[in-house]
Write a new protein. Structure first.
Length: 258
C-alpha cells in the first residue's frame, strides 16, 4: 500500500495502533457523548495524550462513518504500518534462530475480512510476519484492521512487489533451512506435517495461502516443499482460507509450545 492517509476506527484498532505505532497517528477524533459514557474510550484518550497525539472531541463523527462501528472514535494515520522487501531481507541476514519461525505468504487474498482474520490468527499464534504483494491483494484498510480486531498492528507486515523475492533471499542465506507449505486436500495430514517440520531441523516455516477463488499460483506452488491437508468430514469440500490458515498456525504453535 502506498503511503497515504488512512482512517481507522473502533476501540481495538485504535488502541492497538496507539500501543504499537503512536508515531503514525496524526489525530484522534472522539465523540463527546461516547467519551463520557465509556471508560474504555477514556483510557484510549489518556494513552493518546501521553503519546502526544492530538485529540479532538467532537459532537459527532463525520457522516461518512455513520454506518461504521466506530465506537465513538476515529484515528487518522500517516500511512499503513507496513515494512518493505529490504526490511524482510534484513531479518534473514541475522543468525539463524534457535526456535522455528512461522510466516504467512499471501497470494492474492482479495477479501479484506479474510485478510483481517488471517492477520488476527497470525498475531494470536506468534507468526514472525505476514508477507503480501501490492497487486491483486486487498490493501491494509480500516476494514482489515477491524476484522483483525486491531491485531494487524501487532504482527510485522511486509508488502512486496514480487512474493518470489522471499525465495531468492532463502537461496542467498545458506545458513537458513526453510520449509514451504501449501494447504492441499491431497497432502500429508497436518498432524504429521507438524512432526515433520519439528524433526526436519528447519529454521523457518512459510505457509503459502492462496486466493479465495483461484488458489495458489503455479509459480508459487513450485516453491512448496510440503503439501499439507487438514483432515475433515468428507461431506465438507474445503475450508475458508482464513479458517484453514488459523488451524495450521495453531497446530505448529501448539507443537512449539508443548
Amino acid at each position: 500500500m502506498k503511503d497515504r492517509n488512512l482512517w481507522i476506527w473502533g476501540w481495538h484498532s485504535v488502541e492497538a495502533c496507539l500501543d504499537s505505532f503512536p508515531e503514525l497517528i496524526l489525530e484522534l477524533k472522539v465523540e463527546e457523548e461516547a467519551l463520557r459514557a465509556s471508560p474504555e474510550l477514556q483510557k484510549i484518550v489518556r494513552a493518546a495524550k501521553e503519546a502526544s497525539v492530538r485529540v479532538d472531541s467532537v459532537r459527532s463523527l463525520p457522516k461518512d462513518y455513520a454506518d461504521k462501528r466506530t465506537q465513538g472514535c476515529l484515528a487518522l494515520l500517516k500511512r499503513a504500518p507496513t515494512l518493505g522487501p529490504s526490511d524482510l531481507a534484513r531479518v534473514f541476514e541475522e543468525p539463524a534462530p534457535k526456535r522455528l519461525r512461522q510466516w504467512a505468504l499471501l497470494d492474492r487474498i482479495e477479501d479484506p475480512r479474510n485478510f483481517g482474520a488471517i492477520l488476527r490468527s497470525a498475531a494470536a499464534f506468534g507468526l514472525s510476519g505476514v508477507i503480501f504483494g501490492d497487486k491483486q491483494q486487498a490493501p491494509l484498510t480500516a476494514v482489515v484492521a477491524q476484522a483483525s480486531a486491531g491485531q494487524c498492528f501487532r504482527v510485522p507486515l511486509y508488502e512486496v512487489s514480487n512474493p518470489n523475492m522471499l525465495f531468492r533471499v532463502f537461496e542467498e542465506q545458506v545458513h537458513l533451512r526453510a520449509a514451504v507449505a501449501v494447504l492441499d486436500m491431497e497432502g500429508v495430514s497436518l498432524v504429521q506435517a507438524v512432526k515433520d517440520f519439528r524433526q526436519g531441523d528447519f529454521n523457518d516455516l512459510v505457509w503459502i495461502l492462496g486466493s479465495e477463488g483461484r488458489g495458489v499460483r503455479p509459480g508459487l506452488l513450485e516453491k512448496a516443499s510440503h503439501r499439507v491437508s487438514i483432515p475433515m468430514e468428507k461431506s465438507v469440500e474445503s475450508l475458508n482460507v482464513s479458517v484453514a490458515s488459523s488451524l495450521a498456525f495453531y497446530a505448529m504453535y501448539q507443537s512449539l509450545e508443548s
